[in-house]
Design a protein around this ligand. Structure first.
Ligand code: AHR
Length: 310
């Protein structure tokens, strides 16, 4: 059935396996690649058929994929929404077709809360607060005000919105004297992160800038290149916070180019399969299940590097 009850007779799944449509964001980062691999491996291990669509960071492609899954009458739809808004119509169509939608990783705006069953992913605001707590402590004695550059993720995405709000919420709560010198989107990619950092450097210079807050590893790594090409020393002339915790991010930490890493954990494939099965069985599930994540400072980078999985 495609109606969220039973779910083992949809035809092409075979056995007890479900047919699950998964509209993934894209392949913009090491995090994303690891996330796709985790979900694909978990679906296979659980004996489910996963119809995987890489939407190349384009919402229209995700909407088209969801419509396609509805036509195919899959048992469940997993959506990692590239941005938070613009989902009402297609989510309503899935609801009308009685196909449960499970959000993975990113969320949608609160107004659409009744149109999906549950979300499994990171608490992005908490990630921002963790970054903010480190910045507030590190720059607490900075009498002339902490000058901050921010590289935001994809405009309108949940992690960009929430990592920003969580970060500045803590700086304000801690009473840090700071100034946002500039804040632009680098779309979660290394290329755009580097290009935006080059513009920051051209516009503002780097003298007197204290901190770069990059919403993911790729943008931070791209920015490090731009900083080095400008003849400055990343991690010293300007302190750097990144979010994700990839191998490359930790290596930059070991090399002294990154000062703080907030972990974002992509390896929730097995947990996601459990959630999908519960939903299809009609079990009660939490509206939001956060994945577990840590933080790492310079004293921990070297010991942690061998443990990184992506
Ligand atoms: O939604 C999670 C974010 O998306 C990760 O931090 C980032 O690397 C990815 O592109």
């Amino acid at each position: 059935t495609a109606c969220g009850g039973g779910g083992d007779d949809s035809g092409d799944g075979g056995g007890d396996g479900l047919v699950i449509g998964f509209a993934q964001v894209g392949a913009e980062s090491a995090w994303r690649t690891a996330n796709s691999a985790s979900i694909q491996a978990a679906a296979e291990a659980a004996g489910h058929e996963l119809k995987f669509v890489d939407a190349q960071q384009e919402q229209e492609k995700q909407i088209a994929a969801v419509r396609d899954f509805i036509t195919q009458q899959v048992d469940a739809i997993v959506l990692a929404p590239v941005v938070e808004t613009g989902w009402t119509d297609v989510l309503q169509e899935a609801a009308d077709a009685e196909i449960p939608v499970i959000l993975a990783d990113r969320g949608v705006e609160a107004a659409d809360e009744d149109l999906y069953v549950t979300r499994l992913g990171s608490d992005f605001a908490e990630e921002g607060r963790k970054a903010g707590a480190w910045a507030a402590e590190t720059f607490a004695d900075d009498a002339d005000g902490t000058k901050i550059l921010e590289l935001q993720g994809t405009t309108g995405s949940a992690p960009a919105n929430d990592r920003k709000s969580g970060f500045f919420e803590v700086l304000d709560a801690e009473g840090l004297n700071y100034e946002i010198v500039d804040s632009q989107s680098g779309n979660f990619t290394a290329e755009e992160g580097k290009a935006v950092m080059e513009t920051f450097i051209t516009t503002h210079g780097l003298d007197g800038i204290d901190l770069l807050y990059a919403h993911n590893d790729e943008m931070g790594l791209g920015a490090i290149q731009a900083i080095e090409e400008a003849g400055k020393v990343p991690g010293q002339d300007i302190q750097i916070i990144i979010v994700d915790g990839s191998k490359a991010g930790f290596q930059a930490g070991v090399d002294g180019k990154v000062n703080y890493i907030v972990e974002c954990n992509p390896a929730f494939g097995d947990q996601l399969m459990d959630v999908v099965e519960s939903v299809v069985n009609g079990d009660e599930v939490e509206k939001f299940t956060p994945v577990e994540e840590g933080v790492f400072d310079a004293t921990q980078f070297e010991a942690e590097l061998p443990n990184r999985q992506f």
